[in-house]
Design a protein around this ligand. Structure first.
Ligand SMILES: C[S@@+](CC[C@H](N)C(=O)[O-])C[C@H]1O[C@@H](n2cnc3c(N)ncnc32)[C@H](O)[C@@H]1O
Length: 308
């Protein structure tokens, strides 16, 4: 059960910047592919009043309930769908919401998810090693740690967490699971702390490990890849795509895909063409980071579909 009052604790990242690229307008049709508790969606719906509409997608049914409460006053201008954003085309087709005037994806997990120890995303408060955004299906982080061999775990920690001590940690995890397993975030965090020499001044040593496991458990890169393939084709000419990434691998994927869309596909000349709107990546101002430390690593990129 999620208990937190969402609006007090959750500040949408790069809100003004995202809206300046999305340009919501009256009667427009928008998709928030990661609706979370509805911060960006609320801004879209308010700025596209009185007739603009938003379809909000989230794979986390518990978070979606909060979005439903937070956005209830906008009535049928908002529709919420429990789905993965890799399914964007099917979701929009089923809702008769194509084509879109704009689509935003604010990747990763929300503070609401991080703040719930029972969801297993946080190393600061102990809970079960779950980390699934959709708790109705799939493998938990504990299952993953039980299944993979040392080499594969080291690769996950290195590739997805950029963890320098991936091998050491993978070895320690393998030993720990032989003697009883790792089932809580607290036990994993202390095992990581014991396995790495010293600590970076401003980071808990478990940060990268938890990030890597979360990305693996939720197949976040696979999801993003499919989203970046399908979302552009859901926009009408003039429609805009805005993506906020928090991880260098994700940001690289967004940058490459937008460049490819801008360059056009020689093998598919009829494919939609885009213009990149963010020549340089957009990051949060010092004052935003001071109010919302999560904004520190946010990177926003945007593009507009050109007329065919
Ligand atoms: C950073 S939060 C979004 C916060 C939102 N912009 C707001 O203002 O409240 C990211 C959300 O995306 C959801 N999410 C992450 N990956 C997803 C995916 N592949 N499909 C659908 N939702 C996803 C998470 O469950 C989480 O609620």
């Amino acid at each position: 059960m999620i208990r937190a009052a969402p609006d007090a604790s959750h500040l949408p990242v790069l809100l003004e910047e995202a809206m300046s690229f999305l340009c919501p307008r009256d009667s427009g049709q928008y998709c928030d592919a990661t609706v979370g508790v509805g911060g960006h969606a609320r801004a879209i719906i308010e700025r596209s009043a009185p007739h603009g509409r938003v379809i909000g997608i989230d794979r986390d049914a518990e978070v979606l309930k909060l979005a439903d409460q937070n956005l209830a006053s906008y009535g049928d201008r908002v529709r919420l769908v429990h789905a993965r954003f890799s399914q964007i085309r099917a979701v929009l087709e089923q809702a008769s919401a194509l084509p879109l005037d704009g689509c935003i994806a604010d990747l990763g997990v929300s503070s609401v998810q991080l703040d719930q120890p029972e969801r297993g995303f946080s190393f600061r408060r102990s809970g079960p090693l779950d980390m699934r955004m959709d708790r109705s299906q799939g493998e938990t982080a504990a299952d993953l740690l039980q299944r993979v061999d040392e080499e594969e775990l080291a690769r996950v920690l290195h590739d997805l967490g950029e963890e320098r001590f991936a091998r050491k940690i993978a070895r320690a995890v393998t030993h720990a699971r032989e003697s009883g397993g790792l089932t809580s975030t607290g036990s994993l965090a202390s095992l990581v702390a014991r396995s790495v020499p010293g600590r970076e001044s401003n980071r808990d040593p478990a940060t990268r490990v938890f990030q890597a496991l979360r990305i693996a458990v939720n197949d976040e890169l696979g999801e993003l890849d499919r989203f970046l393939q399908d979302a552009p084709g859901c926009l009408r000419p003039g429609g805009r795509l805005v993506v906020i990434a928090f991880h260098s691998l994700e940001d690289r994927m967004v940058k490459r895909r937008l460049r490819a869309l801008a360059a056009g596909d020689a093998a598919a000349p009829a494919a939609p063409r885009f213009q990149i709107l963010t020549k340089h990546v957009i990051t949060a101002s010092a004052s935003e980071v001071a109010c919302n430390p999560r904004a520190r690593s946010a990177k926003l990129r945007a593009a507009e579909r050109l007329p065919s």
